[in-house]
Write a protein that binds this ligand. Structure first.
Ligand SMILES: Cc1cc2nc3c(=O)[nH]c(=O)nc-3n(C[C@H](O)[C@H](O)[C@H](O)COP(=O)(O)OP(=O)(O)OC[C@H]3O[C@@H](n4cnc5c(N)ncnc54)[C@H](O)[C@@H]3O)c2cc1C
Length: 583
């Protein structure tokens, strides 16, 4: 959309999914989970068995719809840290620093309540209609954290209220498919094709060592395969899973792998599809007293109780209020390694860093990137103001079964009410990969080897388990939150019983048995110097090619500390500036 602001530039967007701009499952904020099971709206990937998670295969969703995953994501919108973006620049990506990047994010959003941002996406924070948000903040304050953090400061440490990408007046989802496309679609130099899948990029010229892209091969929903020529350049934005897939199908990747698949290599780069990172996610739920005014919980809604759903829909339609009008994930925290403020805590971190100092498994990365990645994560862990986990709170039961599958509120007693804390491992060191297999085609979603290798790095389990122990044994034991939990009440009622969380080994077992991945994957076409393991340079140009760029979450070399959509919009805005400047 930004590129078409120049009337002399013709832009064609090719999207494999459908245009669902009128679909209530996209527009009504709380209805997005209904899209995940619909293969016409979401790519339904699964990981290969995850060795560190007891061999479980974990679901992996991606938007397959106009607007991509922004059409069905959980709507939380907050920036990553200044240190994270500055670490990208330090890898050898000039210009990708916090000063430039925070300006780029501000071009994407407008947050009326704070007067921040001047972009097309609208943000809002829902009105508080229960006491739980106040209790969450007061508990964090009692633990010594600030709760007045600005989600766009780059320096969050403590509690924060995360805005949603929702229009404040209509309470409909605000996303790239409506906010950005609205103006672009009116321009005569902008063309949009939906239900059209890119099969591969066509390289048919070379100049010295550099290849030139001439167009794309695509397949329509009806199954017709055709070619479209590119006059100037191609920008691949198919996401962390599908961008490396398209590159490999086009002959860009590890020559040995491509040879084995019978694909002719055009650009030999063994790092295509590598460095897959994702937030490992785990939660802990506590039975609450129930019956206290202002402390209602949402189990009836999540159980699908017809009367509760009808009342919630009525509140949404008549007053743009209630649980359908928001993400429900607004009351959050980004916290440092538990205890790091004390000498004991600092020594514990040092001990863990020494013990888990891996021969980090570097076969699919370079020693220089592995060292830089570790140095960054270590610096976060050692800092009393860095955050090594993102916390979300919600007054509802969510949890896992002992086989790691998602549990439902139907599995807990009808009179039971819960408060849940969800944790994301902010900066995993575990790195995996995504690669095509012999049956890969542009339109199928069951044909890739997706291996995030969750918790394969020994430091990751230590950090995630330490935060889970903190959430369960310290945060939930602190007033005022503690005073609203049922004394002797149930905890994680559907999960595996691994013993007291006072013992970190029990917590680790719980983590291994229940951890899943957030849908926050990044890194498979990483932006960094080629000899460090890069796939694109700091102008997002594919190494070895003159006129192909990648511009999506796959270029992120070190994953953002929290939900990534604000970061992805920032990448898109910064990339638009780079491209418009002719670089
Ligand atoms: C269920 C879910 C919940 C999430 N919740 C949050 C949240 O609350 N907050 C947050 O910050 N982030 C969230 N995210 C993550 C965030 O939405 C993504 O990080 C972000 O949208 C990634 O953007 P992208 O441009 O890299 O890829 P995408 O947004 O996935 O876009 C890629 C597009 O390319 C299309 N495509 C793929 N292959 C082809 C092909 N061969 N031909 C043509 N088109 C193709 C896809 O259909 C898709 O439309 C969530 C993601 C998911 C899936």
């Amino acid at each position: 959309a930004r590129l078409s602001e120049d009337p002399d530039t013709s832009v064609s967007v090719i999207e494999s999914g459908s245009d669902l701009r009128e679909d209530p499952r996209v527009n009504v904020p709380a209805m997005w989970p209904a899209l995940l099971q619909d293969p016409n709206a979401a790519w339904q990937f699964k990981t290969v068995p995850q060795e560190s998670l007891g061999g479980r295969e974990i679901e992996f969703y991606q938007g397959h719809v106009l607007g991509g995953s922004s059409a069905l994501n959980g709507l939380s919108f907050s920036a990553t840290s200044k240190a994270n973006i500055d670490a990208w620049e330090n890898l050898g990506n000039p210009g990708w620093n916090w000063t430039n990047f925070s300006k780029a994010i501000a071009k994407a959003y407008h947050f009326d309540e704070t007067g921040k941002g001047n972009g097309p996406l609208e943000l809002t924070v829902p009105a508080e209609d229960s006491e739980w948000p106040r209790v969450w903040r007061d508990t964090l304050k009692a633990l010594g954290f600030s709760v007045a953090n600005d989600p766009f400061s780059g320096e969050v440490c403590g509690g924060l209220t995360v805005p949603d990408s929702i229009y404040p007046s209509t309470k409909q989802r605000s996303y790239s498919g409506n906010a950005y496309l609205k103006s672009a679609l009116d321009r005569s130099n902008f063309t949009l094709w939906t239900q059209t899948s890119v099969d591969k990029v066509l390289f048919d010229k070379t100049e010295g060592d550099t290849t030139i892209v001439t167009g794309l091969q695509y397949t329509t929903k009806a199954g017709d395969t055709n070619i479209v020529k590119a006059r100037k350049e191609i920008i691949l934005t198919a996401g962390t899973i599908n961008s490396p897939k398209i590159l490999e199908l086009s002959g860009v990747g590890d020559k040995n792998r491509l040879d084995a698949l019978g694909i002719q290599t055009v650009i030999d780069n063994p790092f295509v599809g590598e460095n897959l990172q994702n937030h490992a996610m785990v939660d802990v739920s506590f039975e609450v007293k129930g019956g206290e005014k202002g402390f209602e919980t949402l189990e009836k809604l999540s159980r699908g109780d017809p009367g509760t759903i009808a009342a919630a829909m009525d509140a949404y339609q008549s007053r743009q209020a209630g649980p359908f009008s928001r993400s429900g994930a607004n009351h959050a925290a980004q916290l440092p390694f538990p205890g790091i403020e004390s000498e004991d805590g600092r020594q514990r971190v040092q001990r863990i860093l020494r013990q888990t100092n891996p021969k980090s498994d570097i076969e699919k990365t370079t020693e220089t990137f592995a060292a830089a990645h570790e140095a960054f994560v270590h610096s976060v862990l050692e800092s009393p103001t860095g955050a090594s986990a993102s916390y979300l709170s919600a007054p509802v039961f969510t949890g896992f079964n002992s086989d790691g599958s998602q549990a439902s509120a139907l599995q807990v007693g009808v009179d039971e009410r819960y408060f849940t804390i969800v944790l994301l491992l902010a900066h995993p060191l575990s790195r995996g990969s995504v690669h095509v297999t012999p049956s890969s085609t542009s339109t199928s979603s069951h044909d890739l080897a997706i291996d995030p290798r969750y918790l394969s790095h020994p430091l990751d389990i230590e950090v995630l388990a330490s935060h889970l122990q903190y959430a369960a044994e310290t945060l939930a034991a602190t007033d005022p939150l503690a005073s609203h939990l049922k004394a002797g009440g149930k905890r994680n009622p559907t999960g595996p019983q691994t013993g007291s969380f006072k013992d970190l080994e029990n917590v680790k077992r719980y983590v291994r048995e229940t951890t899943v991945g957030a849908q926050h994957y990044t890194g498979t076409c990483s932006m960094m110097p080629r000899d460090m393991g890069g796939v694109v340079d700091s102008k997002l140009r594919l190494y070895g090619c003159r006129n192909l760029r990648v511009c999506d979450a796959s270029i992120i070399p070190i994953t953002p500390r929290t939900n990534p959509q604000a970061t992805v919009y920032g990448i898109a805005e910064l990339a638009a500036d780079i491209i418009k400047s002719g670089a």
